[in-house]
Design a protein around this ligand. Structure first.
Ligand code: IMP
Length: 196
């Protein structure tokens, strides 16, 4: 089974295909051809995920999966939230802005969230779900793996940041991987594809 991933991010499709292969599903995620850059003007992760999934379906008229994710910090009222990718102009500056805003704040609780939407070839929502990874904001960056806010995201019940995990370790606990596993379970239980 092939599913179009509503993204233009090679890294993301590689990460998702690795998780799928590891779990033994006969599914391949592929990127849409050409430029894929729909306007994400929803007010929630779910709304933006649906916008992207529908845009990928419009292009391909086949199975399409979209994810929309970001970092939510309790004491900043859920910010950067849906603005995670545009909170500042570079990943480094985004981290600096968060650390600055958290300077005198004791409650550092935060979570990554990922909303996924699966659209069927008829253009209907087949399944939608969320994955959440809980943690807190560190006082300084640490670790070199991953991307985005990983160096300042301390994992719950651990002294490591997300950027101190290797790819396999991150794939076991990440918001994206948890949401993806729900989608894969659904696909398997609905017999859209057989588990190998
Ligand atoms: P996207 O919806 O997956 O493109 O993610 C939006 C933004 O959220 C990214 O540009 C990152 O800033 C942030 N983000 C999402 N997932 C992660 C993650 O696993 N680690 C670090 N930052 C993330």
């Amino acid at each position: 089974m092939k599913i179009v991933l509503a993204s233009s991010n090679e890294h993301k499709v590689k990460e998702i295909n690795e998780i799928v292969n590891k779990l033994g599903y006969d599914i391949e995620f592929i990127l849409p051809e050409g430029k894929f850059d729909p306007v994400e003007d929803g007010n929630t992760f779910e709304a933006n995920s649906l916008i992207k999934a529908k845009a990928a379906w419009e292009l391909t008229k086949t199975w399409a999966l979209a994810d929309d994710s970001g970092l939510c910090i309790d004491s900043l009222g859920g910010k950067p939230g849906i603005y995670s990718a545009r909170y500042e102009t570079t990943p480094q500056k985004r981290i600096e802005r968060v650390l600055n805003e958290m300077k005198n704040i004791e409650n550092r609780k935060a979570h990554f969230t990922c909303a996924m939407t699966l659209i069927n070839p008829k253009g209907e929502i087949e399944y939608a779900c969320n994955g959440i990874c809980e943690g807190s904001i560190a006082y300084k960056p640490s670790g070199k793996n991953g991307f985005g806010y990983d160096p300042i995201f301390l994992l719950k019940n651990s002294d490591k940041t997300m950027a101190e995990l290797n790819d396999d370790e991150k794939n076991e606990i990440s918001h994206r991987s948890l949401a993806l596993q729900k989608v894969l379970n659904y696909i398997s239980e609905a017999h859209l594809v057989e588990n190998e």
